[in-house]
Design a protein around this ligand. Structure first.
Ligand code: BGC
Ligand code: NOJ
Length: 801
């Protein structure tokens, strides 16, 4: 086993992943921050931070597509004699005597040792603070006294991460700094419209500094050979334009066995308009100084770290399992929930696969993300639902994305994705089932954020539902619009211009017959949930309306059975001209996963055996060693009528990749069909803690990927797009509700597991509203269920099913 896990291992007791060598097959990253200041940090301290918006309020500069990989971060250089090294190995890459990186919940600890000097750096963002803390502990582990030097180094981004990479005629003249004994301040553009600045401070007088990159690094040097460090000096440079940076230097001495500690604070401050300056052109530093004082002592930093720890202890104390499968326990108790939180915070904006520039908050993405966090941070889920709903239009359609900074819909991308509205029902149902907060349905929510247009959230749900029934195609199935969940199945796009984006180019939906079986399944599943919500006594909707909802659902089931069944599986779609897609009649793309997932979750035609048959077909045609591929056979050439899906090489992304997001749809379908062996097998294949070959997987072994290369790819099993993916919330829903069987209902918890009997005895701890449940479950494979009505207080139960 060891040689297959050469890069690291889990430390479950500490809730950490321990990386034991720095040259991982891809940077293995972590996130810091819980509210509006966020950081990405790799196992070699690469990465960047931003406040609220990764595009507009970028604090550290980062180089994408960098050579070498992952250039830029928070670097500490140590010069001990002639040797220069970094605790995190990069950028100098001087071989270390020991190296360890521990990614924990909201913090990362990197420790390097060289020639009897140990440097441990703890990086974290205190909850609700707008700063990173870098706590550097240096220890002389040798037998002789040590004299050495330490430099800090960060490079500032000129706020807008996009123009920072493009508009050099302007950028190279704008940079401005202020230098103070406590901190180096970055105040580019502060004089104009801006009211924010950044700073990098330290809790002790420094022996030298630099704020100009060229002075510190040297015009033709890399980060691995800064000229000041090599010379053992600082330039005491003051940046005027070009590229502002921040570096402090310390000349240090340590007796054998002795330790020293420096605490750095890298922060962001926004000032009120009337308190921007303390003198002409001098920024008001009061808030920065407050942060430096609060965190710049060992006890201050201890308290901040303890607060962070207790934040995550509290979050992760809400749902836990103790089973006989350690991989399952660590996924459920730690990493899956952590990833759900991070995905909720970031949406799809900033990762090592998402630039933080391109995408805002997706309407469908953010609604699905809710399923992973409603039990953890319900009050934030509530706000998110209201923000999302406010980007809807009066006809039930919506903006596909909105910007986190303004919460306004994104006009460049627009709307017209016909699955979008239904996800609002999905997210709201998940929230109310968890919290019992039916009151949210009465919250006034505007259309397109326009004041004065408010209707209740319940009305928004009704128009979401109606958006499907108002847009049916020739077979009574939902028209697909620009695309459904599969953004790359572009049936109304007909793009033959390689310079246009499939995602934004104009579509020919007028007169189109393109219908989606994925939306049909989603509509039936969500329609049933919607009817149940409406009929609940706490809502007591007009029975005539509830009956209308039910009959629309029944009509859709009939349409699917009549026009959406291909003989062995559910069709995927009808194209613009009414041609079949995802049919045995096609040469390629004969079967797709999405319609098998959604139609089996909706139990369409279950009595006639359609669900079992569709699931069998998924196993037969889509399953491979590493999971279920999206479609098969993969498209081997570009098809104008299908769009982006056929532009990908076989086995990648939406063209027959293992798109992990939709594997749980099949797993839940399997669970609803009561087939626990298939459930467990599919689940283990996509769950990273079961990974057998870290080098092949390439990306972090502690978080789910959006995509793993499928059977037709050059390297099946190679993972990509880790961290920010709907896979997090869907695998959470799948494992918590459908495998372990803890299903929140409006009035209690329904226990209905589907797990192989060999693993069927486990304990669950579940906080549910104002109750704490300790449940011991013995699942024997009889497919029983047990309802626990909600009552506040502590409850201990033992259930055999
Ligand atoms: C990707 C999709 C993604 C879409 C929207 C496409 O290129 O393949 O996975 O949803 O872009 O950004
Ligand atoms: C990623 C996008 O974020 C999501 O909205 C989409 O559904 C999937 N890709 C599938 O295309």
């Amino acid at each position: 086993m060891e040689e297959k896990h050469p890069f690291g291992h889990f430390d479950d007791a500490a809730r950490e992943y321990v990386i034991t060598r720095p040259d991982t097959p891809w940077p293995w990253i972590n996130y810091m921050g819980t509210r509006d200041f966020f950081s990405l940090i790799s196992n070699t301290a690469g990465g960047y931070c931003f406040c609220r918006d990764a595009k507009f309020r970028r604090i550290l500069r980062y180089r994408y597509n960098g050579v070498p990989m992952d250039a830029g971060g928070r670097y500490f250089y140590i010069k001990d004699g002639d040797i220069v090294w970094n605790p995190g190995w990069k950028p100098c890459k001087t071989p270390l005597d020991t190296y360890e990186c521990r990614h924990g919940m909201g913090y990362t600890r990197i420790c390097g040792e060289k020639n009897g000097l140990r440097a441990e750096v703890l990086f974290f963002v205190p909850p609700d603070a707008r700063c990173e803390i870098h706590r550097v502990k240096l220890t002389n582990t040798g037998k002789t006294p040590k004299r050495f030097q330490l430099w800090s180094f960060v490079e500032w981004c000129l706020w807008n991460a996009s123009t920072d990479m493009e508009n050099f005629q302007r950028n190279l003249s704008t940079g401005e700094v202020e230098i103070e004994p406590d901190a180096l301040y970055h105040k580019t553009e502060y004089r104009e419209r801006r009211d924010h600045y950044a700073f990098y401070g330290v809790n002790r007088p420094y022996d030298g500094f630099d704020t100009d990159r060229e002075t510190f690094i040297g015009m033709y040097n890399g980060f691995d050979a800064p000229q000041q460090v090599l010379a053992g000096t600082s330039g005491n440079s003051v940046a005027h334009g070009w590229s502002p940076v921040a570096s402090h230097r310390f000349d240090l001495e340590l007796k054998p066995g002795a330790s020293d500690e420096l605490i750095f604070v890298l922060g962001y401050v926004k000032n009120p308009q009337e308190a921007k300056f303390t003198a002409p052109a001098v920024i008001n530093k009061a808030q920065a100084r407050k942060m430096l004082q609060a965190y710049g002592t060992p006890s201050g930093a201890d308290i901040a770290f303890a607060t962070l720890k207790s934040y995550w202890d509290d979050i992760l104390s809400r749902f836990s399992v103790a089973s006989v499968v350690p991989e399952l326990d660590r996924t459920v108790n730690i990493w899956n929930q952590y990833q759900c939180m991070i995905t909720f915070f970031m949406s799809r904006s900033a990762s090592y696969f998402e630039s933080g520039i391109g995408r805002g908050m997706g309407f469908r993405d953010s609604n699905q993300d809710l399923a992973g966090i409603v039990h953890l941070i319900p009050e934030r889920a509530r706000q998110r639902i209201l923000d999302i709903a406010a980007t809807q239009f009066p006809d039930g359609g919506c903006y596909h994305q909105y910007q986190p900074l303004t919460k306004r819909g994104n006009n460049d991308i627009g709307g017209g994705f016909n699955d979008d509205p239904l996800w609002l029902i999905f997210g709201t149902v998940a929230y109310i089932k968890e919290t019992g907060d039916f009151g949210i349905l009465h919250e006034p929510v505007p259309f397109d954020n326009k004041p004065g247009t408010e209707v209740s959230l319940l009305e928004h749900l009704k128009i979401s539902f109606a958006h499907v029934t108002d847009n049916l195609g020739p077979h009574g199935l939902p028209l697909i619009g620009r695309a459904d969940w599969n953004d790359c199945l572009n049936l109304n796009c007909f793009s033959d211009n390689p310079d246009e984006s499939f995602q934004t180019t104009e579509n020919k939906t007028e007169g189109s017959k393109a219908e989606s079986l994925m939306i049909a399944g989603l509509f039936v599943a969500e329609g049933k949930d919607f009817a149940e919500l409406l009929a609940h006594p706490a809502v007591a909707a007009d029975p005539k309306y509830v009956a209308k909802v039910r009959s629309a659902v029944a009509a859709m089931e009939t349409a699917v059975k009549t026009h959406g069944w291909d003989g062995e599986w559910f069709l995927r779609a009808y194209g613009y001209y009414g041609d079949k897609i995802g049919s045995n009649e096609n040469d390629e793309g004969k079967i797709f996963i999405e319609s098998q997932g959604w139609c089996t979750m909706a139990r369409i035609g279950a009595d006639e055996g359609l669900c079992d048959k569709a699931l069998d077909s998924a196993v037969e045609h889509l399953e491979c060693e590493h999971g279920l591929v999206l479609n098969t056979p993969a498209y081997t050439h570009y098809i104008k009528d299908y769009g982006e899906i056929s532009s990908y090489p076989q086995g990648y992304k939406e063209n027959a990749g293992i798109f992990c997001h939709n594997n749980p749809w099949i797993i839940i379908g399997e669970a609803m069909a009561g087939r626990e062996d298939a459930v467990w097998r599919h689940y283990c294949k996509i769950t990273p803690s079961f990974t057998k070959d870290q080098a092949l997987r390439k990306v972090e072994p502690y978080v789910f990927c959006q995509m793993v290369a499928g059977k037709d790819a050059a390297r099946p099993g190679e993972g990509k797009n880790s961290w920010l993916t709907g896979t997090a919330a869907w695998t959470w829903k799948c494992v918590s509700e459908f495998i372990l069987g803890i299903k929140p209902q409006y009035d209690g918890l329904l226990i209905e597991p589907c797990i192989p009997a060999a693993y069927g005895t486990y304990k669950i701890h579940r906080r549910f509203r104002n109750a704490e449940y300790d449940i011991t479950i013995h699942y024997t494979g009889r497919h029983g269920k047990h309802f626990i009505p909600y009552t506040p207080g502590r409850h201990t139960l033992e259930i055999e099913l």
